[in-house]
Design a protein around this ligand. Structure first.
Ligand code: NIG
Ligand code: FE
Length: 414
């Protein structure tokens, strides 16, 4: 059988093995690196991986041969937590931030998330599409081939659906694959402040509509002091689970509320943020197999503590990393920066970092069977980094190391 594409002369080939399950604890650091590697691709999937030369039997008249020139190749990166689709931006709050006004105080005063809710309500489908597409192009340029995208800037059904429809259309049109999440419970609209239960009911009533239209496969809640309580989060996510949604939680970002513990109780795919997660919460997550999705660019941007990634890894939790791209707490699409902070601030080794943004992030968005490793049968999404080795990506920080990006075996960035 002739191959469609062979990539040869790969100095350091990081396959992540077969990627049959998330890597927990010290497995995150047990990453094998193939020297002088090659990859064989057929019909958009990986067919074979090895060291040295690919077998001549794969080479026919139409087989493309790509010379990786001794550089570094990894699976396509996966950003498992973004707020991709939204209107406007919030640089008007930047000086307040620099003056030290806390993120939650800006929200309580009607700014923050609520300000983006207004901009998103006002934006047309086309405006949202254009802005999000620009961000997706940037993500792809950094080597991201799959991203999760949340709603959450509508807080009314119409606008939430508009955001999710934009993500759906972009998923069809753009090389980056999107996994959609309904985040109706992202903030309490001011008009419901005195009747919180009514808003919770509205969200629960919206769930079957989102489901029916097949607009999201995950449901998420911003579980935080002053936003949605543990009880409210439990109620919403149990209702979501009953309808067949998979669940995630914005957990223990600022206050130690018990979001990590709740994620384990609910069997969430991931608990995200976790800067203030308790040790008990981490133990519960390890036991229940909930992936810790850590967002170091958010800590950096909010000038807050970083999540205790080392302790989580020690406890046997599977860690993923993402940008949290959003206009407030993390206005960046740069997953390589999250990886670099993962090493520099979370003290994760480069091998743990690459595990976090490939196989573990794939499982945190329930795509682990199709992507996240360079192994037979998986989708041929991969990145050629212009670096001599893996360490260099984290060491030389703040720039984009991507040379070429391939999606389903086709070059999409060169
Ligand atoms: O994950 N923390 C809650 N939600 C987002 C921020 C959204 C915003 O500020 O617009 C986050 O950090
Ligand atoms: Fe978020």
């Amino acid at each position: 059988m002739y191959a469609d594409l062979i990539v040869k002369n790969i100095g350091n080939l990081i396959t992540m093995g077969e990627g049959k399950k998330p890597r927990v604890g010290k497995e995150m650091n047990e990453v094998e690196i193939i020297k002088d590697g090659y990859i064989v691709i057929k019909d958009g999937k990986f067919l074979e991986v090895g060291s040295g030369e690919a077998d001549k039997k794969y080479i026919g008249g139409s087989t493309l041969i790509k010379d990786a020139m001794g550089l570094t190749v990894t699976p396509g990166l996966i950003d498992p937590h973004t707020h991709l689709v939204h209107g406007g931006s919030r640089e008007n709050e930047f000086s307040k931030k620099l003056d030290g006004v806390p993120y939650m105080d800006i929200l309580k005063a009607g700014g923050g998330i609520l300000s983006t809710v207004n901009s998103t309500k006002q934006a047309s489908f086309e405006e949202l599409y254009k802005k999000a597409k620009k961000s997706l192009d940037i993500m792809l340029s950094f080597g991201v081939t799959t991203a999760e995208a949340k709603s959450g800037y509508g807080l009314d059904l119409e606008t939430e659906l508009k955001q999710l429809e934009v993500a759906k259309k972009l998923n069809e049109d753009h090389p980056v694959d999107l996994v959609s999440t309904y985040l109706g419970a992202h903030a309490m609209p001011p008009e419901y402040r005195d009747d919180r239960d009514k808003f919770i009911d509205e969200i629960i009533k919206a769930l079957p509509v989102v489901k029916e239209k097949k607009l999201a496969e995950f449901c998420d809640v911003f579980c935080e002091e002053g936003v949605f309580s543990i009880e409210e989060t439990r109620k919403i996510l149990n209702a979501a689970k009953e309808l067949g949604f998979k669940v995630k939680i914005h957990a223990d970002e600022i206050a130690t509320l018990g979001g990590a513990e709740l994620s384990a109780e609910l069997g969430a795919f991931s608990a995200d943020h976790l800067m203030a997660a308790s040790e008990k919460g981490m133990d519960d997550m390890a036991k229940a197999g909930v992936i810790a999705d850590i967002l170091p660019t958010t800590s950096f941007n909010l000038n807050k503590d970083y999540a205790r990634a080392r302790l989580m890894i020690e406890k046997g939790v599977a860690v993923a990393l993402s940008t949290d791209y959003n206009p407030g707490s993390s206005p960046t699409e740069n997953l390589q920066l999250a990886m670099q902070l993962g090493s520099l601030k979370l003290r994760m080794t480069p091998k743990e970092v690459i595990t976090a943004v490939t196989v573990n992030s794939a499982y945190s968005v329930d795509r682990g069977k199709e992507i996240g490793s360079i192994s037979k049968g998986k989708r041929a999404d991969f990145v050629i980094f212009d670096t001599p080795n893996l360490e260099y990506i984290m060491y030389h920080f703040g720039i984009n190391h991507t040379k070429d990006v391939y999606k389903n075996g086709v070059q999409v960035v060169e």
